[in-house]
Write a protein that binds this ligand. Structure first.
Ligand SMILES: [Fe+2]
Length: 96
């Protein structure tokens, strides 16, 4: 089974995923989207070029959407994980 610690491992896997491998690839993809957001936010902080900042901000917004889309797919593949996520969100609201 691939480690899914780099994008290359996902690309070079070379066969169709089992369900477990698909789940792991979704988790990796969520992490990759948030890593991209971190990198793009550093670009925002590092430039005063307003056009670049505007485009990069749009890209960040898209990456946020992608992260949630992968999380939604993960919930679809692992319904019990959705229940855990909802439980965590409920706990957070109770602590406000
Ligand atoms: Fe993305």
């Amino acid at each position: 089974m691939p480690e899914f610690t780099t994008a290359r491992e996902v690309i070079s896997f070379g066969k169709k995923f089992s369900k477990e491998e698909l789940v792991r690839s979704m988790r990796f993809s969520v992490a990759a989207e948030y890593e991209a957001i971190q990198i793009y936010e550093l670009i925002l902080e590092a430039t005063d070029n307003t056009h670049v900042k505007a485009v990069v901000q749009d890209i960040i917004n898209e990456e946020r959407l992608h992260a949630w889309q992968f999380l939604d797919l993960l919930s679809e593949l692992v319904p019990e994980e959705k229940a855990i996520n909802e439980s965590g969100a409920k706990e957070n609201k109770e602590r406000k």
